[in-house]
Design a protein around this ligand. Structure first.
Ligand code: ATP
Ligand code: MG
Length: 322
């Protein structure tokens, strides 16, 4: 039996689009990572726009099929889950989207949104539904009287995000997949939202795979980080080490591109990241950062660098550490 909650093994996804002239985009390539099952754990998946983050999330949710590789949940390939286990997977693995409005039926009041979830998953074991809903709302710091009885369009974006967390908490998931959930809410609510994730981990033992392009957020929320460059993982390790001492030039570039609120300093931005469609620009046999890397050498053009262990818990795919 695997001790991982989620194990992603050599995952590759090639999108093929176009009617006559088929165009293939390798959005995710040979990606492997683990989320441990023996303790609640938050992993940040960090990468620039187009690096394949959402594709990984959609693969894990089973919305799309991998071209190759596999995804194991508690040791079982999610493609082989039996009907019964599929239902458990749908309950135990929850997702937080960027815009929660899209998942609410506009003619359902908040009460009914939550009630539907209770009925669908048979939650609460016969307890009074209203009591369960009120208890859950209080657990995430919402006064039930502030939200119940209202329609989704009658509550603010921040409240809708928190309502979505309440809806998720009702299901008592083991794992939350979050795709840049704070990019559309204002800064003051961001901290509250992120703290709710940390509380979910601490109080209720819920793990998360948290997708972001922002190392500040990754650092705030995650134990470990995975850095994705044009569909390839190029560095993994504890989040604090990644931020304090990034190893890969791409990780350094992402960290350099974080704006700092200091008017006396120019934005360092030593390495320019051109962001449009990196997956499509990538050379098939070179390092994923080839063409943009300031430390490029001959080997970088020839093959993808293998992972090299650095210290006891870090890994980097760069020939300079070979
Ligand atoms: N359905 C699709 N068909 C074809 N190509 C796609 C499809 N979805 C995504 N892609 C391409 O795959 C690559 C990765 O896309 P993905 O949405 O996973 O990136 P991302 O890291 O989530 O980006 P962002 O930060 O902008 O959300 C991109 O080059 C994108 O254009
Ligand atoms: Mg995305």
């Amino acid at each position: 039996m695997s001790s991982s909650l989620l194990e992603v093994k050599n995952l590759t996804k090639v999108y093929v689009s176009g009617m006559r002239a088929k165009r293939a985009v390798k959005a995710v390539e040979n990606v492997s990572f683990n989320i441990p099952g023996d303790r609640p754990h938050i992993t940040a998946l960090v990468g620039e726009s187009g690096s394949g983050k959402t594709t990984i999330l959609r693969l894990v949710l089973g919305f799309i099929k991998p071209t190759s590789g596999e995804i194991l949940y508690k040791g079982v390939n999610i493609q082989n889950l039996l009907r019964k286990d599929q239902k458990a997977y749908r309950k135990e693995v929850q997702v937080v989207f960027q815009d929660p409005y899209s998942i609410y039926n506009p003619v359902y009041r908040v009460d009914r949104v939550l009630e539907t979830v209770i009925n669908k998953f048979n939650l609460g074991e016969g307890k009074d539904h209203k009591a369960i809903i009120e208890e859950t709302l209080r657990m995430i710091g919402i006064r039930p009287e502030d939200l119940l009885g209202r329609y989704p369009h009658q509550i603010s974006g921040g409240e809708r995000q928190r309502l979505m967390l309440a809806r998720i908490l009702l299901m008592r998931p083991r794992l939350i997949l979050a795709d840049e959930p704070v990019s559309m809410i204002d800064v003051s609510l961001r901290a509250i939202f992120l703290d709710t994730f940390l509380e979910f981990k601490k109080k209720y033992g819920i793990s998360a795979l948290y997708i972001t392009h922002d190392f500040n957020i990754g650092h705030y929320i995650a134990d470990d980080g995975i850095v994705l460059c044009s569909g390839n993982i190029i560095e993994k390790g504890p989040m604090t080490a990644l931020v304090r001492e990034p190893l890969h030039p791409y990780t350094k570039a992402l960290i350099d591109s974080i704006p700092r609120p200091d008017p006396t300093r120019r934005w360092p931005h030593k390495i320019q990241l051109k962001v449009e469609k990196p997956a499509e620009r990538m050379q098939p046999h070179a390092c994923a950062f080839f063409g943009r890397c300031p430390s490029v050498c001959n080997d970088c053009a020839k093959s993808r660098p293998p992972f090299v262990k650095v210290g006891k818990d870090r890994e980097v795919a760069c020939f300079h550490y070979d």
